[in-house]
Design a protein around this ligand. Sequence first.
Ligand code: IPE
Ligand code: IPE
Ligand code: MG
Length: 255
Amino acid sequence: MSTNEVDSLITENNMPRHIAIIMDGNGRWAQKRLMPRAFGHQAGVKTVRRVVEYCANQDIEVLTLFAFSSENWRRPKEEVSLLMSLFMATLQREIDKLNRNNIRLRFIGDRQGFSEKLQKKMSEGEIQTQNNTALTLVIAANYGGRWDMTQACQSVAEKVSTGQLQPNQITETLINQHLSLADLPEPDLFIRTGGEQRVSNFMLWQLAYTEMYFTSTLWPDFDQSSLDDAIKSFKNRQRRFGHTGEQVLTKSVTL
Ligand code: IPE
Ligand code: IPE
Ligand code: MG
């Protein structure tokens, strides 16, 4: 990585360009109130709205939200079906609003797992907002980091088998180009709410040099000041990408 590349990963005011969030804790939030888990998921949608608005106003370039993992199908079928309905209803209600706010919507994950109707809504949302230039909002739905790497391997293998590509042309850059977020900057700041300190098969490849931030705040309670705290923590860190601290401070690194 060259000095310029390192510089480009950090914006002027040291704000993260890309924030990726595991929105966890909806179920426990509801249970604490002796309410069904569905109540927590509904409250979680309100937090999504709040966080999207905040990021758009703060000039964050990309916000990725983990909405449903490839493993979440293992939940009771009533909960899965509630989550699907909520997903659909939220898209129906919010897409126009996102568009008016110049927000570009994108989905990553295996959409074939969803109903035709939902898949259609997802692509409509993407098409409708594709030319927007403020925040890019990426929703990870039926997404898994392992799935992402597997589908990238399949595309690369396909090209090798048809002779378009030689095995020795498979580089990190080439693999990256086949991953879901190829055209977007890697996440600078990872946030997981809900107290668990694990990655749960989120963006395994892209998190290689992401700053990690864990908070016990449950997702429905995550507000502007919680996000401010996470960004403040990010700003106080020195990212080294393998260099020494001195090299980074004096900007003497050229690799
Ligand atoms: C995150 O909240 C939302 C999804 C995974 C869809 P959870 O539903 O995992 O909430 P907890 O972890 O059970 O509290
Ligand atoms: C991760 O949360 C997935 C999403 C937030 C969508 P989980 O609640 O599913 O993660 P685990 O099962 O506790 O690791
Ligand atoms: Mg959870």
